[in-house]
Design a protein around this ligand. Structure first.
Ligand SMILES: Cc1cc2nc3c(=O)[nH]c(=O)nc-3n(C[C@H](O)[C@H](O)[C@H](O)COP(=O)(O)O)c2cc1C
Length: 380
């Protein structure tokens, strides 16, 4: 009998209590001292919502679009690696759940279900493919071609990972993929598949060694031209945290930017994503859509991100907690909770649609929907 869960933190607690320790540590941890990991949550808590009342909120809708694709609510699934460690159906359960919930799933390059298996599981344009660029460009090109052939709607290029950040628990645990699972996007025998099964050097994470030997740390912005030249798919750049990189992403032809710090798993000490969002939104000036992930756990977090200019948010770990809780149903539960919470947050702050959130934020600087806690302190 599953315990009753009423918020994402309940689902997280269940997952952490029930997953194997090495897997729970891998999913949960951030880099080094985990300062940014904590800040991803704390920075949301430092924001205040200024609610407005008597504005007829009897009819509400959470529907919106991302890259022209209609979705039920502005909450989608970030890519996270190796989901079959959380549940035997892994990425296939996530794909099904996203289809049922009418939202976008981003499939990781280093998934335990293949591009083709996921494509067979859920309708096409609702899936985007996250790309790591391998030193062997032919490996990368084949991934892109397969995603395109399988009907994925966009490529999501992760730019914050020339190598993996240092997650201490993974090094202590000598984390590597359990032997019954595979990097499903690569044929057995290929280095990109089998290197993850190698026993890591003492005091190292196997995944970290995998990335170090295979990912290309020499990539530059101009390589986006190469990526553009081999695909017709829109490119979402994931991992931007500064106005400078936002402008470069635009210059090199991205279709959208996902403000992300990789769930605080790369460089400890970078800002919380909700802190970095306004700078990116301001630089982009509506020339492309901007999304956010990192620390989104409640409906009010979603409202705050949208108020600060995100078109939609993505969630990483909550998907894994949902899988560990109850597979496809668990992931659906995660999305349902966030939808209900967002719906209530909108009603209680006088907003009927997702567009109302964006409009109130952009048109009324004298009457902002979301402010820093300092706004109130400075008036004391
Ligand atoms: C266990 C785990 C695996 C991840 N794997 C990937 C990945 O393969 N590719 C990628 O671009 N991001 C990856 N991420 C980062 C997520 O896409 C996302 O940016 C992050 O989890 C969002 O923060 P949140 O977990 O607080 O929602 C991973 C995150 C976690 C926690």
């Amino acid at each position: 009998m599953k315990p009753q869960v009423v918020c994402i933190d309940d689902i997280e607690r269940y997952a952490l209590d029930n997953l194997n320790k090495s897997v729970a540590d891998y999913y949960r941890s951030g880099a080094n001292d985990e300062q940014t990991l904590a800040e991803n949550r704390r920075a949301f808590a430092r924001l205040r919502i200024r609610p407005r009342f008597l504005r007829d909120v009897s009819q509400r809708s959470l529907r919106t679009t991302v890259l022209g694709q209609p979705i039920a609510a502005p909450v989608c699934a970030s890519p996270s690696a190796m989901q079959k460690m959380a549940h035997p159906m892994g990425e296939l359960a996530t794909a099904k759940a996203c289809e049922t919930m009418d939202t976008i799933m981003i499939l990781s390059t280093i998934s335990t279900s293949s591009i083709e298996e996921v494509a067979a599981e859920a309708s096409v344009a609702m899936k985007w493919f996250q790309l790591y660029i391998y030193r062997d460009r032919e490996v990368t090109r084949q991934l892109v071609e397969r995603a395109e052939r399988s009907g994925f709607g966009a490529l999501v290029l992760t730019v914050d990972t020339p190598m993996f950040g240092h997650r201490l628990a993974d090094s202590r645990n000598g984390f590597c993929l359990p032997p019954h699972l595979r990097m499903a996007n690569f044929v057995a025998g290929a280095q990109a598949s089998d290197a993850i099964q190698n026993r890591p050097t003492d005091g190292q994470s196997g995944l970290s060694e995998y990335a170090q030997s295979l990912f290309d740390p020499s990539i530059e912005w101009k390589d986006l031209r190469w990526l553009r030249s081999i695909t017709r798919l829109p490119i979402v750049v994931k991992g931007v945290l500064t106005r400078e990189d936002a402008l470069l992403a635009l210059k090199y032809g991205c279709s959208a930017i996902l403000v992300s710090n990789h769930g605080a798993r790369q460089l400890d000490g970078v800002p919380a994503t909700i802190e970095a969002l306004p700078e990116v939104v301001k630089a982009v000036q509506n020339r492309c859509e901007v999304y956010l992930d990192g620390g989104v756990r409640t409906g009010t977090d979603v409202l705050k991100a949208l108020a600060l200019g995100a078109r939609a948010v993505f969630i990483g770990r909550p998907i894994l907690w949902g899988l560990a809780y109850d597979g496809q149903s668990g992931v659906e539960k995660v999305f349902s909770i966030l939808k209900q919470e967002l719906d209530m947050a909108m009603a209680l702050s006088g907003l009927s649609t997702v567009t109302d959130i964006a409009n109130q934020s952009t048109t009324s600087s004298s009457s902002p929907l979301v402010v820093s806690e300092n706004y109130y302190r400075s008036q004391l």
